[in-house]
Each structure stands twice: as structure tokens, then as C-alpha cells.
Ligand binder design. Structure first.
Ligand SMILES: C[S@@+](CC[C@H](N)C(=O)[O-])C[C@H]1O[C@@H](n2cnc3c(N)ncnc32)[C@H](O)[C@@H]1O
Length: 210
């Protein structure tokens, strides 16, 4: 297990992730605040009503509960993560009437095809050993007409981008090319593909045709 994956399994990180680690590191990497990322997640996933939402690699549930706040009726959000310490924090800090958490591997989702109206994965594909398989799994469980959104690393040709690649390579984080995910989405038949680059992070969203 590399440094990045070991870190995600540390109870000490789980304890500070939502309040300190994520806001600081993601602001440095993208220039964006967690509040802006949360608002954009709700907007790009087009959340509302009785939708079924899946948050892959949910960490301490810092997005899962926020996403569930946009739902009503029978709507619910499921957060899935591999790390037991992260899930323990999710249950302690981000429980709610429309939220549930599940331990699992993003590469083999325990859900039937088309089970969710919205599927997201923020800040984790660069940690997952087979990120392409994990993305295909996200698309598989997405219902026709559903929305997908991801945030991951981006290969920027700047000094900052070069430094991030060096740190990434050393720690075990992957850095993705500009066209990896747009091409994967298009090959899977997704439409309305949108890609935004902020410093060394990329934000993508798309729709599975109805
Ligand atoms: C940096 S946190 C992201 C938390 C949250 N999504 C966010 O954007 O702040 C990355 C999470 O990915 C999880 N993870 C890594 N590999 C995974 C896998 N194969 N399956 C499920 N979760 C995984 C880690 O346990 C960790 O909680």
C-alpha cells in the first residue's frame, strides 16, 4: 500500500480531514473552497426530490450529507468508502435522515446496473489502484437520464503542475491527462460532457442518455 492510501486509512487523518485537511489542500490545488465545491456538486448533479445518490469514496461523509440535504420524499444518499476510520467519522459527524454509509471497493460496486440517479466521486480517483475500472463501475450503476460528476487530478504544464506530479509520483497519487475522462465518458455513451480545470484539479460532469 503506498503512502497516499496508507494516509487515508489513518484514524488521525479521518479526525481532521473535513475541517482542516480538505479545505487547505484542495484550496491549494484548485483555488476553490469546499463550500464552492459543495454548491457545484449539487448544481452539476441536478439534485432534488426523491433521487437516489451514490457518493463514491465519501471519506468522512463531508459531501454525502450535504448532497442529501437537497433531497426530499424517498430520496437518499449512500456514501461508500474503503477506509473504516473514514466511515466511523462519517457516521459520527455526518449522519442524517437521508444518508447511509457502506464499506466497499469502488472497483466492484455492490449495486445492480442503473441503481442511482446521480453518482459522484470527488478527490479520490487518483488514489484508487484502477481508476478507469472504478469510473466504469460508476457509469454502470448510473440510471438512464442520471448525472455523474467527478473531481480528480489534472496534468497541468506549469511549474505548479510539474511540482504536483513530482509529489504525486512520490506519494502514489496519479495525475491524469486532459483527455482521459472526457474520452472515457464519450466512449461509454455519456452526453453533455463538461470539463473545468482549476489549477491541478479537473471537474467533470455528464449525463447518461435516457
Ligand atoms: C481524499 S478522500 C475524499 C473524500 C471526499 N470525497 C472529498 O472530496 O473530500 C479519498 C477517499 O478515497 C477512499 N478510497 C481510496 N481507494 C478506494 C477504493 N478502492 N474504494 C473506495 N474508497 C476508496 C479513501 O479511503 C478516502 O476516504
Amino acid at each position: 500500500m503506498n503512502i497516499a492510501r496508507r494516509t487515508m486509512n489513518a484514524p488521525a487523518l479521518a479526525a481532521v480531514y473535513e475541517r482542516a485537511w480538505r479545505p487547505a489542500l484542495f484550496y491549494l490545488a484548485s483555488g476553490r473552497t469546499t463550500a464552492a465545491d459543495r454548491r457545484d456538486a449539487v448544481r452539476t448533479l441536478r439534485l432534488g426530490g426523491a433521487q437516489r445518490v451514490l457518493d463514491i469514496a465519501c471519506g468522512p461523509g463531508n459531501f454525502t450529507r450535504y448532497l442529501s440535504n437537497s433531497l426530499s420524499g424517498d430520496g437518499y444518499a449512500v456514501g461508500l468508502d474503503y477506509s473504516a476510520p473514514m466511515l466511523a467519522r462519517a457516521v459520527a459527524d455526518n449522519a442524517g435522515p437521508r444518508v447511509g454509509y457502506l464499506r466497499g471497493d469502488a472497483r466492484h460496486l455492490p449495486f445492480a446496473d442503473g441503481s442511482f440517479d446521480a453518482v459522484c466521486c470527488f478527490g479520490a480517483l487518483y488514489l484508487i489502484p484502477d481508476p478507469i475500472a472504478a469510473t466504469r463501475e460508476m457509469i454502470r450503476v448510473l440510471a438512464p437520464g442520471g448525472r455523474i460528476a467527478i473531481t480528480t487530478s489534472h496534468r497541468a504544464d506549469t511549474p505548479f503542475g510539474y511540482a504536483s506530479r513530482v509529489v504525486g509520483g512520490w506519494s502514489g497519487l496519479r495525475v491524469f491527462d486532459n483527455d482521459t475522462f472526457p474520452r472515457l465518458f464519450a466512449e461509454a455513451g455519456l452526453v453533455d460532457i463538461d470539463q473545468q480545470v482549476h489549477r491541478v484539479l479537473q471537474y467533470l460532469s455528464a449525463t447518461r442518455p435516457a
